[in-house]
Design a protein around this ligand. Structure first.
Ligand SMILES: [Zn+2]
Length: 157
């Protein structure tokens, strides 16, 4: 089981209606017989892996790359392709670990879906201490920072 799936499922259950899911299921790996088959299999996986890694549709990265809006877009796409090669051969275990910020954003969304958005920072710190496996101490001050950063993300869900 994958952390992204577990969090997405928990949010779906808490919201009671299925929202549009950013994280898609990654198709099970098949062993290719040719380089074309290998690349075709990888190209099916890249969008889901990219969304898992960067929390936006792959198409958005292509738009930023084409319009030269973001120097990192090409590198991010290549990184997702590289990780997708591993996933196509070894399955979801080859996915990189979720980044700390990713995990914290997901947990804030989970708290919100559970109707806990109104918790004080002290209460939210307890929520994070109980649920977050990142290993960092979650103080009232760190929760305030998470919330401020989250509020600055324009496409926050
Ligand atoms: Zn944490």
């Amino acid at each position: 089981m994958n952390t992204a799936y577990l969090l997405a499922e928990a949010k779906d259950r808490l919201r009671k209606k299925p929202p549009p899911r950013l994280i898609r299921r990654i198709p099970a790996p098949r062993l290719p017989r040719t380089i074309d088959a290998l690349l075709k299999g990888v190209s099916r996986i890249v969008p889901a892996v990219y969304e898992y890694m960067y929390e936006e549709p792959l198409q958005d990265a292509f738009v930023r790359w084409r319009l030269r809006l973001d120097e990192n877009a090409y590198a991010q796409i290549c990184d997702a392709v590289d990780k997708s090669l591993g996933v196509s051969q070894y399955g979801e275990e080859a996915l990189p670990n979720p980044r700390g910020n990713w995990l914290h954003r997901q947990l804030l969304d989970l708290a919100s879906a559970a109707g806990l958005a109104g918790l004080t920072s002290r209460e939210m710190a307890q929520f994070f201490q109980y649920l977050c496996p990142c290993g960092v101490e979650h103080s009232r001050e760190t929760i305030k920072k998470f919330r401020q950063r989250r509020a600055m993300v324009p496409s926050a869900r």
